[in-house]
Design a protein around this ligand. Structure first.
Ligand code: AP5
Ligand code: MG
Length: 189
């Protein structure tokens, strides 16, 4: 089974690239952001906790997210591959992911790091705000999310590099080329 991490700042295209990989390879998708938004919509206890963090652009506590992730992963058992979108975001999450996979006789296949300029990220998220109305897509919260990404999540790239799992993709203005380059990489693994 392929286990693929999609890594990148808010708005870098983790969800968009995931959709392309699902279509091309038949993978399953785990977006921790989507899982949390579904919990909020359902009005669950977890959703209530998650909302307070997400609305402030903060990460929800590691133990909560790690616990959900294992449950969602087990529900995808038997699939050809799984894409982790938005997880891990901290070193404890990365270590927990590795341990979770090892315990199941699985391992990480590759980490795809999507590199997009901050100017382009802001433009995309403000445009999406008009279409989708996500509560964390406003300028103030977007800037907080960028800051959380820089301080808590971006440093994880060092860990992925040490694990020998990192592939980087720089967005140069064409969505088609970006997606094609990533699909080609995944095909080669
Ligand atoms: P999450 O939902 O993961 O949000 P995010 O990381 O901020 O990323 P986005 O979903 O906003 O962007 P994306 O990279 O998926 O880009 P997309 O494809 O949509 O997390 C939200 C919150 O949940 C976090 O802040 C945190 O509170 C919590 N959370 C989630 N995971 C957690 C974890 N592991 N631990 C703790 N807390 C967690 O693209 C964006 C826009 O750009 C779209 O409109 C798209 O159409 C457009 N676009 C995409 N690609 C291109 C392209 N190539 N060219 C032009 N436009 C493009
Ligand atoms: Mg997303």
């Amino acid at each position: 089974m392929d286990n693929i991490v999609i890594f990148g700042a808010p708005g870098s295209g983790k969800g968009t690239v995931s959709a392309k990989l699902m279509e091309h390879f038949g993978y399953e998708h785990i977006s921790t952001g989507d899982v949390l938004r579904a919990e909020i919509k359902a009005g669950s206890e977890l959703g209530k906790i998650a909302q307070s963090f997400m609305d402030r652009g903060q990460l929800i506590p590691d133990d909560l997210i790690i616990d959900i992730l294992a449950k969602v992963y087990d529900s995808k058992k038997g699939s050809i591959g799984v894409i982790f979108d938005g997880f891990p975001r901290t070193l404890p999450q990365a270590k927990a992911l590795k341990e979770m996979l090892t315990m199941r006789g699985e391992k990480l296949s590759v980490t795809l790091n999507l590199i997009v300029s901050e100017e382009e990220l802001m433009r995309r998220l403000l445009r999406r705000a008009e279409i989708e109305g996500r509560t964390d897509d406003n300028k103030e919260t977007i800037l907080k999310r960028f800051n959380v990404y820089k301080t808590q999540t971006h440093p994880l790239l060092e860990w992925f590099k040490q694990e020998g799992l990192l592939s980087e993709f720089v967005f140069k203005g064409s969505a088609e080329n970006f997606a094609a380059e990533i699909i080609e990489k995944v095909e080669s693994i």
